[in-house]
Design a protein around this ligand. Structure first.
Ligand SMILES: CSCCC(=O)C(=O)COP(=O)(O)O
Ligand SMILES: [Zn+2]
Length: 247
């Protein structure tokens, strides 16, 4: 009979499915798309999905666009213990040594969003997000925040948790910015504080690093991340032209 440790390693049924919408398949498809947008290149960034009582997490330090469903860790959402740990695999380029896989360093940050009801969390290293954090200045004793208004794409951003619908054209979009840390997991406290200070936000920028974006489901997290990336690119170009973000 298989030991508990062995079944934790071999629980392949949790990640094997012919359904393209199965979280283990979706994370692979999404990361391959995000790679083409420059959101998850050079192993940075990623994506995690919560489905019922299971949380699907990719390994750390791997090329996210080459992920396979069998690479996924599966966590019990109630106990935060791992039900499945992927087995060591050979690298993608036949380099003759094995890599011991660890869960993404972003896992505690993904969990912070899942603890607030999210179904999907995306971490993007988009250069547009990074540039915006370089433009918005730190103010002593005040939380830094990206603000923009009167741009049509703002209508792609939800109003807030528990609120119906999206922001309107005349609403001001605010995305808090937290300071980067040497280790990804050390961002968790500041991320949670920003989530509490901005209860309506579904995104937090990390200065010189990127952004965490979440949503009730994959569709909402993905389309929000796209809308924000559009707005960040526009904002950077506006800044270059001397155009104000706030009217
Ligand atoms: C070059 S990426 C540095 C780590 C990072 O910021 C990141 O988002 C990747 O974390 P992971 O552990 O998922 O590889
Ligand atoms: Zn990162």
């Amino acid at each position: 009979m298989a030991s508990a440790e062995q079944s934790r390693i071999e629980n392949d049924h949790l990640v094997l499915s012919s359904d393209p919408d199965h979280p283990a398949n979706l994370i692979c498809t999404l990361c391959a798309k995000f790679y083409t947008l420059g959101w998850v290149t050079g192993t940075g960034g990623g994506c995690s999905i919560r489905h019922n009582q299971h949380i699907f997490v990719a390994p750390s330090g791997v090329q996210k666009e080459l992920l396979k469903p069998t690479d996924m860790f599966v966590m019990d959402a109630n106990t935060n213990t791992y039900l499945r740990t992927p087995q060591v695999r050979w690298s993608n380029y036949d380099i003759p040594y094995a890599i011991a896989l660890k869960p993404s360093q972003c896992t505690p940050l993904f969990l912070a969003a899942f603890n607030r009801g999210a179904g999907c969390t995306i971490h993007s290293h988009s250069q547009w997000a990074v540039l915006v954090t370089l433009i918005v200045e730190r103010e002593f004793g005040k939380e830094a925040c990206f603000e923009i208004e009167e741009i049509e794409q703002i209508k792609g951003v939800p109003k807030g948790r528990g609120k119906q619908g999206n922001l309107g054209y005349f609403d001001r979009l605010r995305i808090p910015i937290i300071e980067n840390t040497a280790q990804e997991e050390d961002l968790t406290g500041a991320l949670e504080e920003a989530m509490d200070a901005y209860p309506d936000t579904y995104a937090v920028l990390v200065r010189r690093h990127g952004i965490y974006v979440w949503g009730d489901n994959v569709h909402k997290a993905k389309t929000l991340c796209e809308s924000l990336d559009y707005l960040f690119q526009l904002a950077v170009e506006m800044k270059k032209m001397g155009l104000p973000w706030i009217k």
